[in-house]
Ligand binder design. Structure first.
Ligand code: ADP
Length: 255
């Protein structure tokens, strides 16, 4: 296929776990510098979609392109090497590192396993380079955590650990950033800061796919909303089209 011009293409992806069809020929296309929100009821396949894109799961069929590179079936490190970063519902932060070190370690790694190994492999004085510290400080400033830079990362409350994890993904300068429920557990102020950061990233050209339960946040942030139900895409469009779609209201909001 010729140049797609898209940052991310998911083309007819299917995945079954045993007899359970988690994704059933689901597709999405995201432009460079856009925010796509994945919504749908519990069990509709949202997390599986993120796991497919970042290489944690191998699809049974279908294609995934990052730019013009096919990545389906590639190992997570290879996919990360194509510029894909993701966050997790439960931030996984190693013991004994400061907030600043944790964020700066995002410069070296774009996958979950290597956060711990990168930080531990390096002698302490080599853990972070000056340039990486500057990047990490900027990211911490945007998420409003600068004053906590020297605190132990794991000691932060969950909401702040989520912001930390987003800041950490940001310093990896991903082309495609996958955000999994990053707003849950955040207070209103933190949600605002997070939304600001996500918009800045989008405006800098990053392509963002987010799984998010906060419908107001989705409506405020997304350029495109993709609605999943039972592993299929049942609706797709801008917030103005999705918010009044009767099928979405019944599937997603249960009304
Ligand atoms: P959502 O994120 O929309 O809540 P998921 O993608 O987590 O949905 O799950 C979709 C379906 O796939 C569910 O039925 C879930 O139980 C199943 N599933 C997801 N991951 C696994 C797994 N690793 N092993 C078995 N079943 C899984």
């Amino acid at each position: 296929e010729p140049m797609s011009g898209r940052a991310l293409v998911v083309d007819g992806i299917s995945k079954a776990f045993g007899g359970n069809q988690a994704l059933d020929s689901a597709s999405l296309r995201a432009e460079p510098g856009s925010i796509t929100a994945l919504i749908g009821p519990n069990g509709s396949g949202k997390t599986t979609m993120l796991n497919m894109i970042c290489g944690f799961y191998r699809p049974d069929s279908g294609r995934i392109l990052i730019g013009d590179t096919e990545v389906q079936g590639k190992a997570p490190e290879r996919v990360a090497g194509c510029g894909v970063a993701r966050t997790f519902q439960t931030p996984d932060i190693p013991d004994g590192v400061t907030v600043l070190e944790a964020v700066a370690s995002g410069r070296y790694s774009t996958d979950r396993v290597s956060m711990l190994s990168t930080v531990l492999r390096l002698p302490r004085h080599h853990r972070v380079r000056a340039a990486d510290i500057a990047e990490a400080e900027r990211a911490l400033d945007v998420v409003g955590l600068s004053h906590l830079r020297d605190e132990t990362a794991t000691a932060l409350p969950l909401g702040m650990r989520r912001l930390l994890e987003v800041a950490r993904s940001v310093v990896a300068e991903p082309r495609v950033l996958l955000l999994d429920e990053v707003a849950s557990g955040l207070d209103e102020d933190e949600v605002e800061r997070l939304a600001g950061l996500i918009r800045q990233l989008r405006d800098a050209g990053c392509t963002i796919v987010l799984v998010e339960h906060n419908f107001r946040l989705v409506l405020a942030l997304a350029d495109t909303i993709v609605v999943l139900a039972q592993g299929r895409v049942i609706a797709e469009g801008p917030p103005s089209a999705i918010e009044h779609n009767p099928r979405v209201l019944s599937e997603y909001l249960g009304v």
